[in-house]
Design a protein around this ligand. Structure first.
Ligand SMILES: *Cc1c(COP(=O)(O)O)cnc(C)c1O
Length: 404
């Protein structure tokens, strides 16, 4: 194993409980484990979340949902006691069958999607229970969801006559949840509120109303807070739910103040979250270089003094971003060796990376190296790679295992 990922069970539980507490009252938490739990390993994280009491888990599609059902069963959680699983990104073709067979709850917004789901339910011999579905309202993302107004009205009237489908939930997604006082969010909230009104006006009674991501729980300066959601859900006799993803794994988007130049706003929730992933490797070789020696592809680093370099068997093929390469003029990323920073020198290559351990003389071959974890976060990598923590952790293509 060239590298491995350790997932801290204690921190994952801590993050989940913190979010459940911040959601407050009877607002449920749907733990988003799509994209293999943001690169952390859904098979490792989901059983922990289920045992912690998560009523819902969120995946992208039927294929992810099928793997999740299997992983939960393998962890000794029988189907009857497994959380409900929301397939959030729409289903097409073979995916429809996977949704029905694995008793997932699909997010839908077009009649055609619902027709193919209903057909798949009908084909299941002896299965007469209608399939629960969650309807997404497009309140301003222009990504998924039915437009409020005429389009929604038509769809609801059609849905009401379907024997094989049951409207179990209504949801929307905010485009700017991490912006405190966002005018866009205020507009989206109003549209969603009106859509909920349209749902009940045709006599449909969803059990769940849900919105929002990590930022909804974390962004305490926002209007779209759990208390607003709770009161909206209660007007239709439904339960409320929020859908945090990245915060479960210990990261957040910076909260921005609408109209300002992007200053961070403090949040008590985020200050208590802890990254759960430690991505580690070992030193496989050591060498000394002399002043003038160059390191790596295109000689982007030139030793200015005698240096001791450590070779790591990890590169961009494993998800270590090439933007973390370090040159003499532009320092790159770093790793942690024996509790000290070891800077990346030269280009990160496909399977190999060189770090400077001149100031850490005790280093030997076989020493453990932290690529991501305590001392070097996904936010650090994201800043250098001009992206967000989400893309960094999703890009770690290494199997994970649970540690206490
Ligand atoms: C991914 C996703 C979330 C979770 O978002 P985070 O920012 O990771 O908390 C919530 N809702 C929907 C619809 C999503 O696709």
């Amino acid at each position: 194993m060239n590298s491995w990922v350790e997932i801290s069970e204690r921190r994952l539980l801590g993050n989940y409980r913190l979010l459940a507490q911040a959601a407050g009252g009877d607002t449920s938490v749907l733990a988003v484990v799509k994209a293999n739990a943001y690169g952390h390993g859904a098979a490792v994280c989901a059983p922990v979340l289920a045992q912690a009491g998560a009523e819902w888990l969120g995946v992208a599609d039927g294929a992810e949902g099928a793997c999740l059902r299997e992983a939960l069963a393998a962890a000794g959680i029988e189907r009857d006691s497994q959380p409900q699983v929301l397939a959030m990104c729409g289903s097409l073709g073979d995916d429809v069958e996977l949704v029905v067979r694995n008793e997932l709850t699909p997010v839908v917004w077009e009649q055609q999607q619902m027709e193919s789901l209903a057909a798949a339910v009908r084909q299941r011999a002896g299965d007469t229970a209608p399939l629960p579905i969650h309807l997404e309202i497009d309140t301003g993302m222009a990504r998924q969801g039915v437009a409020p107004g005429e389009e929604l009205h038509t769809l609801l009237h059609w849905l009401k006559r379907q024997a094989h489908l049951r409207l179990d939930g209504v949801m929307t997604h905010f485009a700017s949840a991490e912006v405190a006082g966002s005018p866009q969010t205020v507009i989206q909230m109003r549209r969603f509120q009106e859509a909920i009104g349209a749902v009940t006006a045709v006599g449909l009674r969803p059990s769940w109303v849900h919105v929002g991501s990590s930022s909804t729980v974390d962004n305490q300066g926002a209007e779209q807070n759990p208390a607003w959601l709770r009161s909206l859900a209660s007007t239709v006799g439904a339960r409320s739910m929020v859908r945090p993803g990245i915060a479960l794994y210990g990261y957040c988007l910076p909260i921005e103040q609408s109209g300002s130049d992007g200053n961070d706003v403090a949040s008590t929730v985020r200050s208590e979250l802890g990254p759960i992933m430690s991505w580690k490797t070992r030193v496989i070789s050591l060498r000394e270089v002399q002043p003038g020696d160059t390191v790596g592809y295109n000689a982007t680093y030139i030793a200015e003094k005698p240096m001791r370099l450590a070779l790591l068997p990890v590169g961009y093929a494993d998800g270590l971003r090439r933007e973390l390469s370090g040159s003499n003029l532009l320092p790159g990323g770093w790793t942690m060796v024996r509790g000290q920073r070891a800077s990346i020198v030269g280009r990160v290559s496909m399977n190999l990376t060189v770090v400077d351990v001149t100031e850490i003389p005790a280093v030997t071959v076989g020493d453990e190296v932290v690529i991501l974890g305590d001392g070097v976060t996904a936010d650090d990598h994201a800043r250098l790679a001009h992206t967000i923590s989400y893309e960094i952790v999703c890009g770690v293509r290494t199997a994970s295992r649970l540690v206490p």
